[in-house]
Design a protein around this ligand. Structure first.
Ligand code: AMP
Length: 568
């Protein structure tokens, strides 16, 4: 297919903010899409592979600028200036492509096949000369691009497509295109997407209208699916009311999520963002092989750090560096040990467990796992109908430095990728939020060269709304924790616009932030402001989709008002 056709679709989709119109436009496009071009399904979400695949395009703004400069003959500095003025590199690409000297000899008509081919080569490149090779692959595409193609190609490259299409938009469009919008089939489609985590695969079957074939799609070891997420309970009482009794109560561990896949001798570990971290945690693979029986399985778990000497559990921050570090693994393994707490099982010896009730799944875990404290255990759990017992258990969890407890409905299934009402978290007054950095200021004096005064934003639908500003909690020295230097390094490639010392930053870097109070504020678009926000940790394990929402913060604000009223 011609890439111009896809660019036209992107344009139509971004021209309407209405969800139903987007679904309509997309369904008409999908109806006519041939199986040959099915990998366009990935491009619709700005990807080149299925969601479970780690290979992403990963091009920084600066690299895209270099390629744009080369392909259009515009000096880099000029591209940079235009970008600062316009704030959208895609629009810059459109503009400079319009005015570029016609180098028609070198250009060819772009096809989606060629675009995917070149984009897929990008993550494969490593070692010497990588940057030049990347630039030349991108330039090859850009020189052939029309202004509209250059706009969307550039946005795709930097991972910011801005057409307002999510997985659910694609699901509804498929439902409309291939199943006459019959709502009875929606769940089947959703399940097919959940289990494969691969839109192209689902599209190929849906296109033929084969609902029975969709039902047969299975989970696969080695292809991670999106983890199930919890909602919040206001109190134990409310938890009892919404889940019914008896219910399961587990420690809510303060670590990071590990999805464990095992097939015969091979163990693969994924984070909640579905990044492969097998190499970072060799000991976990050993524990899994040694202490869990079974040919093949998929487990859901939380890895928690502990102090080697005191055996006390540490918080997430203390072990977070283990997720990223690729070197000195043996040293880290010994200085920052983790214990794996298994809390769910999704697949066992060839059979999906997703539809089994939680009580069966948790029973299976206990049957196949030989607990080895400080290595691997089934997460601590009680089954009860007694609120007092839950209170006691909750206190014990907090005493052991964990975040709180999870209440779980014993009869419920495992729903991938959804924030479900049958798993509820209870934490002490939520005094920390996961926010994304959307701006900063260049520092002065001893902070010259570093970014500071970071602007923090929460999420409302697909918008990011400012809610606070801080540098507190950051260290001057790199070794002593999250530092100015480290954050500056992470944020610099994401700078979108600069005006004097003020910079606007593409939302990507997520941080856990504590605060003293939430206040109403006309200064921020969110309408609220955090008083005394303070950095606690980088949340490299969390996807952007899952940061704290404005709704959650408003809820905390209301709770706070109630508390002030009661005690004030
Ligand atoms: P939150 O990040 O506050 O939305 O809480 C959900 C996270 O709690 C999950 O993604 C897990 O990483 C973590 N977690 C810790 N202990 C448990 C548990 N026993 N059951 C389920 N999730 C848990």
């Amino acid at each position: 297919m011609l890439y111009s056709k896809l660019a036209k679709l992107y344009h139509e989709l971004s021209s309407t903010p209405k969800r139903l119109e987007k679904i309509d436009i997309l369904s008409k496009f999908l109806e006519l899409l041939s199986e040959r071009d099915s990998n366009i399904l990935y491009l619709l979400e700005g990807n080149i592979y299925p969601d479970y695949d780690e290979r992403k395009i990963g091009i920084s703004n600066q690299l895209a600028i270099k390629a744009l400069s080369k392909s259009t003959g515009t000096p880099s500095k000029k591209v940079q200036e235009l970008w600062k003025k316009m704030g959208d590199l895609g629009e810059v690409a459109e503009k400079i492509t319009q005015t570029k000297k016609q180098t028609t000899l070198a250009s060819q008509t772009l096809t989606t096949k060629k675009v995917i081919e070149n984009l897929r080569k990008l993550p494969e490149l490593v070692g010497k000369g990588t940057i030049d090779k990347k630039i030349s692959l991108i330039t090859e595409l850009l020189t052939s691009a029309t202004p509209q193609e250059a706009l969307y190609l550039t946005r795709t490259l930097i991972g910011d497509l801005r057409i307002g299409v999510q997985e659910s938009t694609i699901k509804y469009a498929m439902l409309k295109a291939f199943f006459k919008d019959n709502k009875e089939y929606e769940e089947t489609l959703q399940r097919a997407i959940d289990r494969t985590n691969d839109l192209e695969e689902v599209f190929k079957i849906a296109q033929k209208g084969k609902i029975k074939e969709l039902e047969k799609l299975k989970l696969r070891v080695g292809k991670p699916i999106k983890a199930m997420l919890a909602q919040k309970a206001e109190s134990i009482e409310q938890g009892f009311k919404s889940l019914g009794t008896p219910l399961a109560v587990e420690y809510k561990y303060d670590g990071f999520r590990l999805l464990i896949h095992k097939d015969k001798d091979k163990v693969i570990l994924f984070t909640r963002r579905l990044e492969n971290v097998t190499n970072q945690f060799p000991e976990v693979a050993e524990y899994v092989k040694e202490y869990i029986k079974g040919e093949s399985f998929i487990l859901d778990s939380e890895a928690v750090g502990y102090d080697k000497k005191t055996k006390k559990y540490t918080d997430f921050q203390a072990i977070s560096q283990r997720i990223r570090r690729k070197y000195n693994i043996d040293k880290l393994r010994s200085s920052l040990p983790v214990e794996v707490n298994v809390f769910d099982i999704l697949y066992y010896n060839g059979k999906s467990q997703l539809d089994e009730p939680f009580e069966k799944r948790t029973e299976l875990i206990r049957k196949i796992l030989t607990p080895k404290p400080y290595k691997i255990i089934a997460s601590k759990m009680i089954i009860t109908s007694d609120k007092k017992e839950v209170e006691k258990f909750y206190k014990a969890a907090l005493k052991e430095n964990q975040e709180g407890v999870m209440l779980k409905n014993l009869k419920a299934e495992y729903k991938p990728g959804r924030r479900v009402g049958h798993m509820l978290k209870i934490k002490p007054d939520q005094r920390d939020f996961d926010l994304v950095i959307t701006g900063a200021e260049w520092g002065t004096g001893k902070r010259k060269g570093w970014l500071s005064s970071f602007i923090l934003s929460c999420k409302k639908n697909s918008e990011y709304l400012e809610i606070g500003k801080t540098s507190t909690g950051l260290k001057e020295k790199k070794e002593s924790g999250l530092s100015y230097e480290q954050l500056t390094e992470l944020l610099k490639p994401l700078i979108e616009k600069e005006e004097g010392r003020i910079v606007r930053i593409k939302p990507k870097i997520i941080v856990a932030v504590t605060y003293q109070e939430i206040q109403k504020s006309p200064n921020y678009k969110s309408g609220l402001a955090l008083r005394f926000p303070r950095f606690v940790a980088l949340r490299e394990d969390k996807p952007l989709k899952e940061i704290t929402t404005l709704g959650e913060i408003e809820e905390e604000f209301d709770n706070q008002k109630k508390e002030n009223y009661a005690y004030g």
